[in-house]
Design a protein around this ligand. Structure first.
Ligand SMILES: Cc1cc2nc3c(=O)[nH]c(=O)nc-3n(C[C@H](O)[C@H](O)[C@H](O)COP(=O)(O)O)c2cc1C
Length: 197
């Protein structure tokens, strides 16, 4: 079974991370990490407060998913979690949404909590790392940080919904971005109808 790590940081668009967790649970095991700001923005945007205990059950309930699905919610404070071990073989790590704070720290190799360490380990172990940045406009510093991540092997999938699919809801727009992430990971999905198919 494939293993994925999803990191929700403090950029706008927690919905991307949640939809991704929902979809990846159809393909494998998921470890979910919220940064502190990620949890704050999630509470603000989705009305979901990450509880201190039984977080996995709460997330599964919020997503209206079965309670026995292979989801773990790891604490950003727990640097001993197995997900950051160089010898543990997680298949892919996705930062969605990725704040410029997170991108800047990761691109300059500055340590931090479990989330940043997990992304850093993915880079150093040359495992797939997908970064879904959300900020506008982008400063030269943001652009340079994203370039550095791409140079180090990350795949940058900006949170840029397209309009040729004629979205009629926020869900459609979220699905487009998440679908592109799943395409990059090689995970099958039915989040949108493919162009001219
Ligand atoms: C409601 C809200 C929305 C935010 N949206 C963004 C955003 O879209 N992009 C971004 O880079 N930062 C955004 N921020 C700022 C980050 O949350 C902040 O820089 C934070 O320190 C980043 O920490 P992190 O490493 O946990 O992401 C937002 C903050 C709030 C409160």
């Amino acid at each position: 079974m494939d293993r994925y790590t999803v990191i929700i940081t403090g950029a706008s668009g927690s919905a991307y991370g949640f939809r991704l967790v929902e979809q990846l649970l159809r393909a494998g095991e998921v470890t979910l990490i919220f940064t502190r700001s990620g949890a704050d923005v999630t509470a603000h945007e989705l009305g979901f407060t990450v509880p201190e205990t039984a977080a996995r059950e709460a997330v599964l309930r919020f997503l209206d998913l079965r309670g026995d699905l292979p989801l773990r919610v790891a604490s950003d404070d727990d640097l001993f979690d197995a997900v950051v071990s160089g010898t543990s073989t997680g298949d892919a790590t996705v930062v969605a949404p990725a704040s410029m704070g997170f991108v800047g720290a990761l691109s300059s190799g500055v340590g931090g909590g479990l989330a940043r360490r997990a992304a850093d380990v993915a880079l150093k172990e040359r495992r797939p790392l997908v970064v879904v940045p959300r900020e506008t406009p982008l400063s030269l510093i943001h652009l340079r940080s994203l370039t550095a991540l791409a140079e180090a092997g990350a795949i940058v999938v900006p949170a840029m919904p397209a309009f040729y699919q004629r979205p009629v809801s926020i869900d459609d727009m979220v699905n487009f971005v998440v679908g592109r992430v799943l395409d990059v990971l090689g995970v099958e999905h039915e989040l949108y109808v493919r162009w001219r198919s």
